[in-house]
Design a protein around this ligand. Structure first.
Ligand SMILES: [Ca+2]
Ligand SMILES: [Ca+2]
Ligand SMILES: [Ca+2]
Length: 849
């Protein structure tokens, strides 16, 4: 929401409140719409339109969910087995979902396999709200008596500085968790995912559960706020209000009723009434670039409107002069675009405004913050990512910034070979063999060096490392940034942010990544899937990375927590997971071959070793993969694409004919099969190829260009918006980067506008709100995100979040007051490195035309 929106909303609110007071209380009746959710103006109720995830478990995007006045306030409405479920607690499997327009009901059958426990959740409109009923055909299993309950979870941030009434008794929502909890014996704990535990016993035999903050029959949440007020009445049993943050910082407020036991039929029932403001209309979102615009680039404000709203005729582009006076430079017509997902859109094109200066956009009573039109808008937008975000992600290093230490030197006890047949968390697993020369739990030497924390967690992921290194090499080769604002001392394991050391930071980051990948190939001859915590109770670590393990080498002859200062008996050293995956290994070889070019003249011994490791591994893998070829399997397809990446880097590094031949052999079928994935690779090889190559490539670029022409038909932003469980900024960056390479090679086919359009999207021209998705870049940006400091409701400058998640069927979301949804807010290394490339590319593309 833009700044003045609050004022406008407050005014609109006062008017509405008066109107409402004057009118007879209005009943809003939910109806089942053709998108299979319940809807009335100002309120939507989803019932398992989104499901629990078997891989990452509870993502807080499943079960009964409530969108009140445009904001998702509740999720996780289902039968759950804990008072305040955590991510890895058992989730119900949806066995059946019936949507019945005749009876206006949605019925979901849920099953907990481990307990042979089935229940039926029925949701139906009731008065001004809806009724939720749980039925069982067999009594609740004895093990789950007093444990199984009907839960509904509320986003805590949306109730801070708000109160509640329970059976008329007042309370204030706790701003910070302050109990109560209870200690219970571990045998009472319901088994979590794969028998892992989120709770670190730390030598004490107990675990904790949240106890209710309060209980009663009727709970009114936020009675003072018509936008957030929700009344819940237990028609049977008792309502509890709990605070899940006592167990885990990403916990939610939970409203819960224990299921009736030793009986069948109806075992819990609520009437839920989220208040709706009569004739509520969502405040428009003015999408624009918070970074500003290059004078000659296209400039589009995309105005997102409530389905009941219609676009105003114009938006004003107002220049702000040095003395504070304002000049309306343009009345830009708002062209209706139509409907995308659940909103109407209008587009105000103000490309004709080119005079450098500061501007705001005025639309109705709303006004955006100021943004520049200037020739240098893209010049520095990548500095925070390289200067701050990447240094903070550096593993095995002490990272300082001014008076602040981000973290100590972490994971100096890396790493042990993972056990076999391990079904691990974060999508790691092993099969019957280790795929390395090492035995299960044997120490793999030399791994406590280089590398970056993958994301908001602290593991080293092989594939994303490879992509990151290759992006950094591409940045170095295309733009040669001499930028130096970081001291990086590998000998002392010391990083100092904002302190030049005479060495280009991009080269130092390439070196840091290459040190880790080279160490893996040196020890194992291949790239790992990753190095990750051995135990779930350390994986969810929040705090200084150097305290995630004890940094002491595990010695099984010692007792847990016993130490001689160098070794310890605490089995917390991280594990190395290695898959039999040619694709993974090929990407590692590509990273090594790329790094060897950039590091030549900077760190010659490492450059030489990287290339020889890559060539040796390539020869081995290529021979092995050819022998084991499974033609046309999906794995084979991935392996071929990854090999193409490796061979591209070997071609660019060595120019040797066998690599060129193999590249041509792989490229053209891949271009036919998956042009979107291969076009960038193809065009990047051009400098090493002859003129005939460019001629042969041209028709593929012509076909791609036709897809670009159709972009504005897909959505009003004109970029490919992903609809999966992880939001799509990475995809937008990849798309715009491909466009840059094509623009450079085929400027008559692909213009610079499709490069900057990708950045406009990242910087605020996107659904849901208009913050820049790059923290600390642009006038207003993501000020809380899923970095490793997320428990502080903070951000790491330069991090790029995944962006807008499309919750099925039609709700675009990027929470701006709650950082803990990784699919919307988690920074990851490969996307951030790709962003640095794109920012440099945009500056070059706009300034050279
Ligand atoms: Ca990870
Ligand atoms: Ca430096
Ligand atoms: Ca250790």
């Amino acid at each position: 929401m833009i700044r003045t929106a609050r004022l406008a909303r407050a005014l609109a609110f006062a008017v509405v409140t008066l109107r409402a007071a004057a009118a007879i209380a209005q009943t809003s009746t939910l109806t089942l719409n053709d998108k299979q959710y319940f809807e009335t103006r100002g309120l939507n109720v989803f019932v398992f339109t989104n499901q629990y995830n078997g891989m990452f478990f509870d993502e807080k995007t499943a079960g009964i969910e409530i969108i009140q006045h445009g904001v998702r306030i509740a999720t996780g409405g289902a039968v759950r087995l804990s008072p305040t479920p955590e991510q890895w607690d058992q989730i119900p499997k949806l066995v059946d979902r019936k949507v019945d327009p005749a009876t206006n009901t949605i019925t979901c059958t849920m099953r907990y396999e481990a307990f042979d426990f089935d229940s039926r959740l029925v949701v139906t409109p009731d008065g001004a709200g809806f009724k939720v009923t749980v039925f069982v055909d067999k009594p609740v299993p004895a093990d789950l008596e007093g444990r199984a309950g009907l839960n509904l979870e509320f986003v805590p941030a949306r109730y801070w500085e708000h109160s509640y009434l329970i059976d008329g008794k007042p309370g204030i929502f706790p701003r910070y968790p302050a109990g109560p909890t209870t200690s219970l014996p571990p045998e009472k704990k319901i088994r979590q995912f794969e028998g892992f535990s989120t709770f670190d016993l730390h030598g004490h035999p107990d675990y904790i559960e949240a106890q209710p903050l309060t209980s009663g029959t009727t709970l009114v949440m936020a009675p003072e706020d018509p936008e957030r007020r929700v009344a819940i009445h237990a028609l049977s049993g008792e309502l509890q209000l709990l605070d899940g943050r006592n167990l885990s910082q990403n916990g939610w407020y939970v409203v819960r009723t224990l299921l009736a036991t030793k009986t069948t039929g109806k075992v819990a029932e609520w009437h839920v009434e989220p208040h709706t403001i009569p004739n509520w209309t969502r405040t428009p979102v003015i999408g624009f670039s918070e970074v500003g615009y290059y004078p000659s680039q296209p400039k589009r404000a995309v105005i997102e409107l409530d389905a009941n709203d219609t676009a105003l005729a114009t938006a004003s582009i107002i220049q702000i002069r040095p003395d504070g006076t304002e000049v309306e430079t343009m009345k830009a017509p708002v062209q209706p675009w139509g409907k995308y997902l659940r909103y109407n859109y209008g587009v105000a094109d103000f490309s004709s405004v080119k005079e450098p200066g500061l501007y705001v956009i005025q639309y109705g009573t709303q006004r955006t913050g100021a943004f520049p039109i200037a020739a240098d808008v893209y010049e520095k937008v990548w500095y925070p990512t390289l200067d701050v975000w990447f240094p903070v992600q550096m593993d095995h290093m002490f990272v300082n910034e001014g008076y602040r230490v981000w973290h100590g030197a972490a994971h100096l006890d890396d790493a042990l070979q993972a056990p076999v047949n391990e079904q691990h968390f974060d999508a790691y697993h092993t099969g019957a063999t280790t795929n390395t020369p090492f035995k299960p739990l044997e120490r793999i030497p030399g791994l406590a060096v280089g590398g970056w924390f993958d994301a908001g967690d602290f593991d080293i992921q092989g594939v994303s490392h490879s992509g990151t290194i290759m992006s950094f090499v591409a940045i170095w080769e295309a733009f040669h940034p001499q930028h130096d604002q970081t001291l990086i001392d590998q000998q002392l394991r010391f990083v100092d942010i904002h302190r030049p050391d005479g060495k280009p930071d991009v080269l130092q980051q390439i070196e840091h990544g290459a040190l880790q990948i080279a160490a893996q190939f040196r020890a194992m001859g291949r790239l790992s899937r990753g190095i990750v915590d051995s135990h779930l109770d350390t994986y969810h670590h929040l705090g200084d990375a150097s305290t995630q393990t004890d940094n002491k080498i595990y010695d099984p002859s010692m007792k847990p927590y016993q130490t001689d200062g160098i070794h310890s008996g605490t089995p917390d050293d991280r594990w190395v997971f290695v898959e039999d995956s040619p694709a993974t290994s090929y990407l590692g070889m590509g990273a090594l071959a790329a790094a060897s070019r950039a590091l030549r003249g900077f760190n010659d011994p490492l450059a030489t070793e990287c290339l020889s490791l890559a060539k040796k591994a390539y020869a081995g893998e290529h021979a092995r993969a050819s022998a084991a070829a499974q033609p046309n399997s999906p794995e084979q397809g991935f392996a071929r694409l990854a090999e193409l990446t490796a061979v591209l880097q070997l071609v660019l590094t060595t120019k040797e004919q066998p690599y060129i031949d193999r590249f041509n052999e792989l490229l053209w079928p891949a271009l036919d099969r998956a042009p979107a994935f291969t076009l960038q690779t193809a065009v990047r090889a051009m400098p090493a190829m002859d003129a005939a190559y460019a001629t042969k490539l041209r028709p593929y670029v012509e076909r791609y260009r036709a897809t670009l022409d159709g972009m504005f038909k897909q959505n009003p932003y004109g970029v490919p918006i992903a609809t999966g469980g992880w939001a799509g900024n990475g995809q937008v960056i990849g798309w715009a980067t491909t466009n840059y390479y094509l623009h450079k090679a085929f400027p008559d086919l692909v213009g610079a506008d499709v490069v900057t359009r990708g950045l406009d999207y990242l910087f605020g021209t996107h659904p849901a709100h208009n913050y820049s998705f790059v923290s600390a870049v642009g006038n207003r940006s993501k000020h809380l995100a899923y970095g490793n400091n997320r428990a502080d409701f903070s951000f790491i400058a330069g991090g790029v979040v995944p962006g807008v998640l499309i919750l099925k069927p039609d709700y675009p979301e990027n929470m701006d007051d709650w950082p803990f949804l990784w699919g919307e807010n988690e920074y990851v290394i490969d996307t951030c490195a790709a962003y640095i490339f794109l920012a440099n590319a945009a500056q070059e593309a706009v300034s050279s035309r």
